[in-house]
Write a protein that binds this ligand. Structure first.
Ligand code: PEP
Ligand code: MN
Length: 356
């Protein structure tokens, strides 16, 4: 079986070993500062796409409806700064046109749009010929037929890079969830479309940050391939869906706790210690790499400053100071001094090269 994760990879999207495909970012793009701070705070995590709502389909007319076009420029800036490709919701052909001009990478159709055959048909027609991934959320009402028909409409227009997001359905009975996951309906839907990538949006299902982990774990246990998790650098101040957004730290903690059983994620299918430890090592390696990249950027700035002040590139006293700190650290933590010194000498060589 070709895994859906492979499919996502073949579409040009980044996937990570031992990790579900992850879309994270705020419910809405609210300000340049909020978009950039949130993207920066999650870039070291195994995030494949940064999400944010630009035009918000709100149930109540007096609530925040998104910032519109200006938000596209903040998202472009976040992508340039962090390297994270961008996913946004489009509910109208005009949104698509604007978003393509802003070089948005991936799109999704929102739950309030999937439910409407006219709207889906219009979007399908606008999207035919666009060679970018399109994800479709379930219709907001628990109507399997409407969901199937929406996928059919998109496929009939030749849209191939198609995936699905479960975000829950309006409740028919009192429920602890904001929107009911209706797992049984999802299983029926998957029998009809077995080969699509399946993502779960636990944020809208749970409606509350504290319940998101359980939904994520359940989705992964049901072989979902990925997650879309609303994440905000300051959820308490969010202009939409404040209660359900995670902080970047809470997102990292959640990812650390998830247990992956689906063989698509790794060769190792047991809930084993090895897999979990490797997943943690991968996270740490990613942080090491990000830190090295950040260090080299600073080194280049130092290099420019030395040039303007006509200082020599190599300043032995400064390097002695760095190495002494490294040796002290090695002794305190019981690490080999030689090992850390070798690494830092190699970093130093590269820093000098960067400044020349
Ligand atoms: C969202 O993802 O922020 C959103 C509004 O989604 P939905 O269409 O699931 O309500
Ligand atoms: Mn939301």
């Amino acid at each position: 079986m070709i895994s859906a994760l492979n499919t996502l990879h073949q579409w040009g999207l980044k996937t990570f070993d031992q990790s579900p495909f992850l879309i994270a970012g705020p419910c809405s793009a609210e300000s340049r500062e909020q978009v950039l701070a949130t993207a920066q705070a999650i870039r070291h995590l195994p995030v494949s796409l940064f999400r944010a709502g630009v035009w918000k389909p709100r149930t109540l007319p007096e609530t925040f409806a998104g910032m519109g076009n200006i938000a596209l420029s903040w998202l472009q800036e976040a992508k340039a700064e962090t390297g994270l490709p961008i996913a946004i919701e489009i509910d109208h052909p005009a949104h698509l046109e604007e978003a393509l001009q802003a070089d948005i990478d991936v799109f999704w159709i929102g739950a309030r749009t999937t439910v409407n055959p006219f709207a889906v048909e219009e979007l399908a027609s606008a999207f035919s010929g666009v060679d970018k991934p399109l994800l479709i959320k379930n219709p907001i009402t628990p109507d399997l037929g409407a969901w199937v028909a929406a996928v059919d409409r998109l496929r009939n227009r030749g849209i191939k890079k198609l995936g699905v997001i479960l975000r829950g359905f309006v409740n028919r009975h009192p429920s602890k969830w904001r929107y009911e996951p209706e797992w049984d309906m999802v299983l029926k839907f998957r029998q009809i479309f077995p080969d699509l990538p399946y993502l779960c949006d636990p944020s809208h299902i749970a409606g509350n940050a504290s319940m998101i982990f359980d939904i994520c774990q359940q989705a992964l246990d049901l072989n979902f391939h990925g997650l879309m998790i609303e994440t905000h650098f300051n959820p308490g101040k969010a202009l939409s869906d404040a209660q359900q957004q995670l902080t970047p730290i809470a997102l990292e903690d959640l990812l650390d706790r998830l247990i992956l059983k689906n063989p698509d994620f790794a060769a190792d299918t047991d809930r084993n210690e090895l897999g979990r430890l490797r997943q943690k090592i991968d996270h740490i390696d990613q942080k090491l790499l990000e830190n090295l990249a950040a260090r080299m950027e600073l080194v280049q700035q130092v290099g420019l400053l030395k040039k303007t002040k006509e200082l020599p590139v190599v300043q032995p006293a400064r390097w002695d100071h760095v190495l002494n700190r490294v040796r002290d650290f090695a002794r305190e933590r019981g690490l080999s001094e030689q090992f850390l010194e070798d690494i830092f000498n190699r970093i130093h060589q590269e820093s000098i090269r960067k400044q020349q």
